[in-house]
Design a protein around this ligand. Structure first.
Ligand SMILES: *Cc1c(COP(=O)(O)O)cnc(C)c1O
Length: 362
């Protein structure tokens, strides 16, 4: 680890691979011998054309998606997608099924309702503070889509298997676990992800949309709020966030060429999460908040025996070079976000600190 850098367990924006940061630094004064910074080049230049095309190609290869999907770069974060999904894909005479697994899915439901759309919350884990992923859900076979949040960043839960929705396309917010594991893209109509958790910096949102979904987009929407606008112009209808897209490209290159793809990434993510949950499970001093069968491989949420101890834990960890371990302000407790870029070394350092902290305070 480079001097003065901490082990970063922030939930988002979050840790990025150090090699990517070094490459960004090198591109900052003179990108690819252009004589210009990466943030000074034109989005219409051949330099940027190569960047975006490379990022799209890598996304297709990594996720194993065919030509029936378009990959788009939008702004407005995942939060704008909460509104764009129903605006574009849910007609007034149709309804959509939503699964409520906590904060972000709750917001997605609210945005659809604000637009006056018909939303059925077919399952929710609100009854136990969203500590689990609902099973055996009865979906409506005539729903326009089923919306889920694949990984619940704040509650620390994750869908280990995606639900069987029959012919109804799944739309998933994958902001906090995209590219963390391999999966079959066939049942998905749309996958969207704010980049700042697992694939880049804040400022860009990846939207992967199946061609047939584009036929639903009403002409009447403003250009910037229509998926078809971005699909027709290869995400270059207006100025895209050049720096953010470039960073995503570098992260995907790292994933493909250094990590070796999503199977290898998943194996490493399982190993990291396994060590952390292993530590939590061996003692009564720490308690994982999510049910064992619903635990996230990305956001490990846990409590100590009291809030005062939790405060000390977070402070002491910071002093020891372990940052970002405070739980989301809405739930309290502690959270270690261990996205793709957080290393086994970082997790081991955290586990050692936790064991030491327990020895002193247990
Ligand atoms: C962080 C997060 C969001 C919000 O993303 P923005 O890009 O800030 O709008 C939405 N969904 C999930 C699952 C998240 O983790």
């Amino acid at each position: 680890m480079t001097a003065n850098r901490i082990y970063n367990f922030n939930a988002g924006p979050a840790a990025l691979p150090e090699v990517v940061l070094e490459e960004l630094q090198a591109s900052f004064l003179n990108y690819g011998n252009s004589g210009m910074s990466i943030i000074e080049i034109s989005h219409r230049s051949s330099w940027f054309e190569e960047i975006i095309d490379d990022a799209l190609g890598r996304t297709r290869r990594l996720l194993n998606i065919g030509d029936d999907f378009k990959v788009l770069f939008l702004q407005g974060g995942a939060s704008l997608q909460f509104a764009m999904v129903p605006m574009n894909l849910l007609a007034a005479d149709r309804s959509a099924d939503y699964v409520d697994t906590g904060t972000w899915s709750t917001k997605a439901v609210k945005e659809a309702q604000t637009l006056g759309k018909t939303v059925n919350v077919v399952a929710s884990s609100a009854d136990r503070s969203y500590a689990y992923i609902p099973r055996d859900i009865a979906f409506h076979p005539d729903a326009a889509y089923v919306h889920i949040t694949s990984n619940n960043t704040i509650k620390g839960t994750q869908w280990s298997r995606f639900p069987d929705t029959g012919n109804v396309p799944i739309i998933s917010d994958m902001s906090s676990d995209i590219m963390s594991r391999a999966f079959d893209p066939a049942p998905f109509g749309v996958i969207y992800a704010g980049a700042q958790k697992n694939i880049g910096p804040a400022g860009v949102c990846m939207v992967i949309i199946r061609e047939d979904m584009l036929q639903r987009v009403p002409e009447s929407l403003p250009s910037m709020l229509k998926y078809t606008t971005y699909a027709a112009k290869n995400s270059l209808y207006n100025t895209p966030p050049v720096f953010a897209v470039y960073t995503v490209q570098l992260v995907l290159k790292w994933l493909e060429e250094t990590v070796g793809g999503l199977d290898a990434m998943e194996a490493l993510n399982r190993k990291k999460a396994g060590r952390l949950y292993g530590c939590l499970d061996t003692t009564g001093f720490y308690r994982a908040t999510a049910d064992a069968d619903s635990r996230s491989l990305m956001n490990v949420t846990f409590r100590l025996t009291n809030e005062d101890l939790e405060k000390q834990f977070v402070e002491q960890a910071q002093v020891n070079g372990l940052g970002g371990l405070k739980g989301h302000r809405s739930v309290g407790g502690c959270r270690a976000s261990i996205y793709n870029a957080s290393t086994l070394e970082a997790v081991d350092a955290l586990v050692s600190f936790m064991e030491e902290f327990e020895r002193k305070h247990g």
